[in-house]
Write a protein that binds this ligand. Sequence first.
Ligand SMILES: *Cc1c(COP(=O)(O)O)cnc(C)c1O
Length: 373
Amino acid sequence: MNIETLAVHAGDIHDDQFGTVAQPIYPSTTFSRNNDGSFREHLYSRYSAPNRSSFEQAIALLESGKEAFAFSSGLSSAMAILQTLPYGSAVLFPDDVYHGVTVQFSEIFAPHGMKSIRIDFSDTAIVEEAINKYKPALVWMESPSNPLLKITDIESVCLIAKANGAITLCDNTWATPLLQRPLELNCDVVLHSATKYIGGHSDMLMGVLVTNDLILAEKLRAIQRVGGAVPGAFDCWLAHRGIKSLAVRVRSQCESAMIIAKFLESHPAIEKVLYPGLTSHPQCSIAQKQMKHPGAMMSILVKGNAMNVANSTKIFTHATSLGGVESLIEHRASVETGTHSVSPENLLRLSIGLEHPDDLCEDLDQALSAINT
Ligand SMILES: *Cc1c(COP(=O)(O)O)cnc(C)c1O
């Protein structure tokens, strides 16, 4: 079956009593036991619950994974994988890894003896050298990266990491399983902030980890069940519903993104467009090799005051986050607080929504005219 078909049906529970076509929401925290004291499918909702299991089954299928574990946010899923590592482990991160992961590591894990090494993952030779030198327990990839849109050669990095006994993770939030499936490239774990494309409507917060490694799965199951950072029934239901329309949303957003990237690349107020679909992108060919399409996220470097541009758009909203039906524009340097930011002052990140691309180009064009006002 094709992924579009799977996405519509995967994980659905059908209610025989009423023949519901849409899956019901089951808010129950507790479930009755059999007469012999044994448990039916669910026991208590921190352990598992119907809507959570449905969502987990659906995302596991889409990512070609055996097991999925939903958490209450993307960052709590990041926390779960880091909690599986032994005390004192080293973790290799991309230098522009999602900012929240950097902050989480330095505030929560570094004080407990964990070490992080941040390097440029767009160059596999640098990654190989760092793996040999630091012997990390975990190699963390994010491709395309945020906000510099760098591409990591996932398959090559996984090969080197595995030969050195490291677990590999790929944050697949930006690509979605429609465009890229890291588990098929030999990666051990996929992470999603379901808050973004999976939910797709900027109205829920959730995260998920998907894996084929059954030993790792047992550790994650324990962290999920007794750590307890689990999502509620309604959020799981929204995320599962989001999956059903993911394919058409992403396809349309990608088509528009390509049009907008080309438009911006020839615009006189733009210094550079960072988008892996452009031949000017240094890892364009790797993106082509491992992704079905370069995606719907891009960053632009403007010739002048970026904040003025972000404040002058009429359709794009100046806000953080991404992957929703509405287009967003964001000045990253001012949101990445602390000392870790790698965003240039003139960088704006764009999340392309479902509006007509001509309207979005026109909006950016008028906003760019405000650049030096
Ligand atoms: C948003 C995001 C996260 C964090 O997810 P939350 O749901 O906000 O906790 C992690 N990685 C990437 C790439 C993201 O965009």
